[in-house]
Design a protein around this ligand. Sequence first.
Ligand code: PMP
Ligand code: GLN
Length: 385
Amino acid sequence: LNRRLAGFGTTIFAAMSALAVRTGAINLGQGFPDTDGPEEVREAAVRALRAGHGNQYPPGPGVPELRAAIAEHQQRFYDLAFDPGTEVLVTAGATEAIAASMLALLEPGDEVIALEPYYDSYAACIAMAGATRVPVTLHPEPSTGTYRLDLAELRAAVTPRTRLLLLNTPHNPTGTVLTREELTAIAELACERDLLVVTDEVYEHLVFEGEHLPIAAFPGMRERTVTIGSAGKTFSFTGWKVGWVTANGPLVSAVRTAKQYLTYVSAGPFQYAVAEALRLPDSYFDGFRADLQRKRDLLADGLRAAGFEVYRPQGTYFITTDITPFGEKDAYAFCRALPERCGVVAIPNSVFYDDPDISRSQVRFTFCKKDDVLHEATGRLSRLT
Ligand code: PMP
Ligand code: GLN
């Protein structure tokens, strides 16, 4: 393994899911639903496969049906217009969109500001591009029980070497949803310092409080923003690995250049199915959100009753908790022992920080699971002593 990737061994999600399989524990670690997305979308994939739509290399930027549906989706939900011919790119999940963006847009030595805790692939992709990550840490705010960005700290982190802000809203793992005021300030900073913004909005349809505002819609941002979405998250088909990028022509063209040499094209038949999914009526998106909101409350209440300190996520399907009430401080050790102690798997938030000491005692649970699984898990956790 080269020096750029030293320390990136096995992702925490693979490690913890393997632990869940080995021990038979309930897996509230890795974020993947235990119920597939809409039946009609699954059927659309079968139909595409049978009809031979996409069984051979589809077009590099994505099949035209899907690119059109992505552009329509951005228009329908955010009033953002993108040309499906030149301003939309289909990727192998949001993961490839992140990697291709970093590889295409960064020079070695550039600095990338990322909100910390950060999703694990950000650090690895920034490193693969030979750039340097500069974390700006979200802080727990006791009055609201949420994590917030300190705009002065963000501003102070910008240097002459800063090329790009890597945002994530709704934010994994804290559940923070950036507000209009925060996004306005970030947009002003990006324009003032001439920064690119890559924004990971894969949880755009899972906002329970406030609203999802794409930073691309803020003044001056459309021409400097790469927005990333994922069918894995929005339609509960994480195994299909269909994601996308919307941006202006030159940025999409740059990201597409990198994508060509990573995967060349993305798997074909699923793209037709996702095109149909993106055109589902509002009732799908509303129902999805309402269902997950109910699950959030179910898990939050259960964790609180079990003795955890619970931070309140405004979005995503994750809850960050603190284990200090159990008299424990080392979340990593806690999570390694949890399957043995009570048959549940969770993720220690320390893996999402440069300095793990910042979040020694924080643990993330996902709630994208069936209600009876969440009940069983919180029941088990309530027997922790
Ligand atoms: N970004 C964030 C914040 C995520 O949580 C995930 C999913 N784990 C991804 C990107 C990757 O998405 P995909 O599965 O579409 O590659
Ligand atoms: N995004 C998911 C999570 O945060 C996991 C995806 C992955 O394993 N790469 O749990």
